[in-house]
Write a protein that binds this ligand. Structure first.
Ligand SMILES: *[C@@H]1O[C@H](CO)[C@@H](O)[C@H](O)[C@H]1NC(C)=O
Ligand SMILES: *[C@@H]1O[C@H](CO)[C@@H](O)[C@H](O)[C@H]1NC(C)=O
Ligand SMILES: *[C@@H]1O[C@H](CO)[C@@H](O)[C@H](O)[C@H]1NC(C)=O
Ligand SMILES: *[C@@H]1O[C@H](CO)[C@@H](O)[C@H](O)[C@H]1NC(C)=O
Ligand SMILES: *[C@@H]1O[C@H](CO)[C@@H](O)[C@H](O)[C@H]1NC(C)=O
Ligand SMILES: *[C@@H]1O[C@H](CO)[C@@H](O)[C@H](O)[C@H]1NC(C)=O
Ligand SMILES: *[C@@H]1O[C@H](CO)[C@@H](O)[C@H](O)[C@H]1NC(C)=O
Ligand SMILES: *[C@@H]1O[C@H](CO)[C@@H](O)[C@H](O)[C@H]1NC(C)=O
Length: 429
């Protein structure tokens, strides 16, 4: 490389002094075996010239430079040994190599001589490499059945069928993997060894194989790593959670859900603790507790999660407290008492209350009743059943006085009363 810089510097320096300048876009050109390779060269000078001579030489390390071809003006004189491989179209100094083969790898030297008032000369060197393109890598994982975290190790091997001068890189989620306390690479980097595996090693791995002329990435592979259980917790669909304590209203059922992060999924079991005895009451991630069935107001439960591959388990304790609300006494009196029965009971109570209120109103002076009639019919609207009870007493008790005839009042009340049931029946409670 130092030599290259020196040569470049030399040619630049001499070119600048003599007025001839030879340049190449790149001092290193990577070619693909079997394809054509073009080595571009540019030159320029400022003096009148009679002859332009271009010479191409080829040298490999530790060997003598070989003459490939040369030209004066537009006539080319090739080395007959290589005449089918190298082409030049003078005064264009660029060289075409076709087809490129592995033995063609080495340094190509171009020398330009300008004959005019004296002779100007300059040269450049281009390094050519020849490679086969990379084929798509395939990653093999061992053991393929997976490994238990902190116990097992895992080896990922990148296999590439075709390609020369391969360099390997491992990617996790598309980003390079670096050596760490658990990641080890083979000298070629084509093997990634993880020892031991942890949950954090789960991810999308791929192998990137590249060489100077190509690069290919493998399909994504996801190592199977068994872990857990971690983060065991219990949640309920309803019921207030206070730390490890759930409260549930009497008469309600509560559904508990036990979850923990693990692979493969845990098996769950539920344990109820009463006094000093424990019972396994259910297997599975969900448990329903119906509060009527719980004898005690405070019951301790344990959810146990077990991973049958890692062999590890975790458990969490929690307490269910049954709280009482307004209907507690009703609920305690009869277990068969349904919500419908309760509503019917309350309704009957209200109806009787309304009747009593009305009977009391019946013996009030007429003015009070009149005010009532001109005001709201609220009770009748609520309870149309009252109408049959109230109809007859009203007609008899209302005296005809104060400028309103008994007949008028009678018809007013009657119309109103007749009207209400029809409305109410359209929209029963
Ligand atoms: C090259 O071309 C120049 C002018 O174009 C001419 O004077 C010279 O004789 C040529 N040289 C040869 C070797 O043909
Ligand atoms: C030389 O020839 C190639 C095509 O063969 C062309 O692309 C290139 O521009 C030419 N260079 C000069 C300096 O004319
Ligand atoms: C040729 O070079 C000589 C000395 O280097 C100089 O005296 C002469 O003028 C040059 N002729 C032309 C045509 O440039
Ligand atoms: C995993 O690798 C460590 C260190 O390389 C080794 O000591 C251990 O035996 C390996 N475990 C298995 C299951 O291969
Ligand atoms: C292997 O990979 C590491 C990090 O990715 C890199 O530093 C090293 O140069 C690579 N070695 C080879 C031979 O490619
Ligand atoms: C990993 O790959 C799977 C399927 O190939 C994809 O669904 C998932 O999103 C990827 N995860 C990441 C973090 O890229
Ligand atoms: C482990 O548990 C899974 C369910 O989580 C079950 O499918 C599997 O058969 C169990 N394996 C063994 C060996 O018990
Ligand atoms: C529970 O066990 C402890 C000791 O194991 C004992 O002291 C206690 O009396 C027991 N309680 C009941 C309710 O059996």
């Amino acid at each position: 490389f130092t030599l290259l810089i020196f040569t470049t510097f030399l040619s630049f320096a001499t070119g600048a002094c003599s007025g001839l300048k030879v340049t190449v876009p790149s001092h290193t050109v990577h070619g693909i075996r079997g394809q054509a390779l073009y080595l571009p060269v540019h030159y320029g000078f400022h003096t009148p010239a009679s002859d332009i001579q271009i010479i191409w030489l080829f040298e490999r390390p530790h060997t003598m430079p070989k003459y490939l071809l040369g030209s004066v003006n537009k006539s080319v004189v090739p080395d007959l040994e290589y005449q089918h491989k190298f082409t030049m179209m003078p005064p264009n100094a660029s060289l075409l190599i076709n087809p490129l083969q592995f033995p063609d790898e080495g340094n190509y030297i171009v020398k330009v001589n300008i004959q005019g008032n004296g002779t100007l000369s300059a040269s450049q060197k281009i390094q050519v490499t020849v490679d086969d393109p990379v084929t798509k890598p395939v990653v093999q994982i061992h053991p393929p059945s997976g490994a238990v975290e902190y116990v097992g190790n895992m080896t990922l091997t990148c296999q590439v069928e075709g390609g020369t001068r391969l360099a390997y890189q491992w990617l996790k989620h598309g980003r390079p993997v670096h050596t760490s306390s658990t990641y080890f690479f083979s000298p070629q980097n084509n093997t990634l060894h993880i020892a031991p595996v942890t949950k954090e090693d789960i991810g999308n791995y791929s192998c990137l194989a590249k060489n100077p002329v190509s690069e290919m990435e493998s399909d994504i592979i996801m190592p199977i790593i068994y872990y857990g259980p971690y983060g065991l917790q219990v949640n309920s669909d309803k019921g207030l959670k206070v730390g490890e304590v759930f409260t549930v209203d009497l008469g309600e059922a509560i559904l508990f859900d036990c979850s923990a992060d693990s692979y493969p999924p845990n098996t769950y079991s539920w344990i109820r603790r009463t006094d000093n005895t424990t019972y396994i009451i259910k297997h599975g991630p969900r448990l329903e507790v119906a509060s009527e069935k719980v004898a005690q107001k405070t019951t301790d439960y344990v959810c146990c999660a077990y991973n049958n591959i890692t062999g590890r388990q975790d458990e969490t304790r929690f307490t269910v407290i049954i709280t009482s609300v307004g209907l507690e006494k009703l609920a305690q009196k009869g277990k068969s008492l349904s919500p419908l029965a309760s509503i019917t009971g309350i309704s009957l109570f209200l109806i009787v209350s309304m009747c009593l209120t009305f009977l009391w109103k019946k013996y009030q002076p007429y003015k009070v009743l009149k005010q009532k009639l001109e005001g709201s019919f609220f009770p009748y609207m609520l309870f149309p059943q009252l109408l049959s009870l109230t109809k007859i007493p009203i007609f008899r008790s209302v005296p005809a006085s104060d400028g309103v005839s008994g007949q008028d009042l009678h018809s007013t009340i009657y119309e109103v009363i007749q009207h209400i049931p029809a409305q109410q029946q359209d929209h029963p409670e």
